[in-house]
Design a protein around this ligand. Structure first.
Ligand SMILES: Cc1cc2nc3c(=O)[nH]c(=O)nc-3n(C[C@H](O)[C@H](O)[C@H](O)COP(=O)(O)OP(=O)(O)OC[C@H]3O[C@@H](n4cnc5c(N)ncnc54)[C@H](O)[C@@H]3O)c2cc1C
Length: 383
């Protein structure tokens, strides 16, 4: 039987919501407080194909369309943003480069393990002096007889503390006027691959974000992704896709905080009536609902363009910019609606509020998204 797309998306949403409510809701506050990555739940997610959302079936994935994949990330993040981050990064910036740039042998070797959740992936571009300015990477990859020797320090690596494989951006030379970088598939069991302490973060505390140290780390030649010098090309196109995942994550956080705020507004009595009956609170709720809906439409539009295989980078940046801004605003209003209790760890909105902020920072800050959007528009207009 052919299922129409809307029904398919509803079925996916219902089933992921059920999983998240059952498996993640009871532990989300604890794993945040204690900064624990929930490996047992992650294993179950692997069995449910949440780690191979857009991987072709021949490599063990479920080959979802981009709206479906976003719904999975959205629904997990609605309950636990740190686990949402794990799958957003794994399915986005860690797997997409394999789908787009890996050769047949690399796909065969790595995609089944990544899609089944046997390998957790990471994407490692950022360094102390290379954040928004990603071309300033200083990690080096020196050509030796059978491959490359990598040296350098990567910071803020999502999934870094548990990843089995990281895509490492490293300098391989200089073209006239600019450095030339390349991407390497580095397994965590390679000699010279070391993990730093976990970051003590404001939000997303259950994700093991860490530094990675490459100390004379030997990487075989067959683990070069794409061609020598493809680093910038791979990085930029991968981030276009990754931004859709972060937009979905931000949207899920906003949705979770919104639902909590509506529930609380109906329950909380002041002046002998529910605060939901106050027009000010109703205005907040109306604005939150409207902006979440607009964010969702912007996100699904970027997804549709991606699936139609037309350029979608500008729309992905718009979705990421808007969804993350809505997440910050909605979570702040959700705390406001909870009053003093919203500022206490007794209520989930405190966690949502902390988790939302970083969606405006990683995979390109909001300032960088505006740059991408403006450049795209200005390059098309004939002035
Ligand atoms: C929890 C977390 C997880 C992360 N996960 C990963 C990961 O998995 N892999 C990875 O590679 N990185 C990751 N990052 C790094 C993240 O992508 C960077 O922090 C981000 O790109 C910003 O870089 P920066 O922190 O160096 O800030 P900077 O680049 O130093 O920016 C500081 C400020 O200056 C502004 N700014 C900088 N340049 C411009 C410009 N040209 N125009 C206007 N404003 C500008 C920025 O918008 C920002 O407001 C993660 C970060 C965090 C916090």
């Amino acid at each position: 039987m052919q299922i129409n797309p809307c029904m398919k998306h509803k079925l996916i949403r219902d089933s992921v919501r059920d999983f998240a409510e059952t498996e993640l809701a009871p532990i989300a506050a604890d794993i945040d407080r204690n900064a624990v990555f929930p490996l047992d739940v992650i294993k179950k997610m692997g069995k449910l194909n949440y780690f191979g959302l857009q991987v072709p079936k021949e490599f063990g994935g479920v080959a979802m369309d981009s709206v479906s994949a976003s719904i999975v990330i959205e629904e997990i993040s609605r309950v636990c943003a740190a686990v949402g981050l794990c799958i957003a990064v794994h399915n986005g910036v860690a797997i997409y480069p394999f789908l787009q740039f890996a050769n047949a042998e690399q796909k065969k070797r790595y995609l089944p393990k990544l899609a089944g959740g046997e390998f957790i992936g990471a994407f490692s571009l950022t360094e102390a002096n290379a954040g928004s300015d990603s071309a300033s990477v200083e990690t080096t990859a020196i050509r030796k007889k059978d491959g490359y020797v990598l040296n350098g320090t990567k910071i803020f690596v999502t999934n870094g503390g548990v990843c089995d494989l990281a895509l490492i951006f490293a300098l391989t030379g200089f073209e006239p006027g600019r450095p030339q970088s390349s991407v390497f598939i580095v397994e965590s069991n390679y000699a010279g691959f070391l993990r730093g302490e976990l970051e003590d973060l404001c939000g997303m505390r259950a994700n093991p974000v860490s530094s990675l140290f490459l100390e004379d780390c030997c990487v075989p030649e067959k683990n070069l992704l794409g061609k020598v010098g493809d680093g910038m090309k791979i990085g930029l196109s991968t981030l276009d896709t990754g931004r859709i995942g972060i937009a979905a994550q931000a949207l899920g956080i906003a949705q979770g905080a919104f639902e909590a705020a509506v529930k609380y507004a109906k329950e909380r009595q002041q002046f002998k009536k529910p605060i939901a009956s106050l027009q000010t609170i109703q205005n907040y709720i109306a604005d939150m609902a409207t902006e979440i809906t607009a964010a969702r439409l912007l996100l699904y539009r970027a997804c549709s363009l991606k699936d139609e295989k037309v350029p979608f980078g500008c729309e992905a940046s718009m979705a990421k910019l808007y969804c993350s801004s809505v997440a910050s605003k909605v979570t702040s209003l959700a705390v406001q609606i909870h009053g003093g209790y919203g500022y206490s760890k007794e209520y989930d909105v405190e966690r949502y509020f902390r988790d939302a902020k970083v969606t405006e920072i990683y995979e390109g800050t909001s300032e960088i998204q505006r740059l991408v959007i403006a450049r795209s528009i200005l390059s098309q207009l004939i002035l």
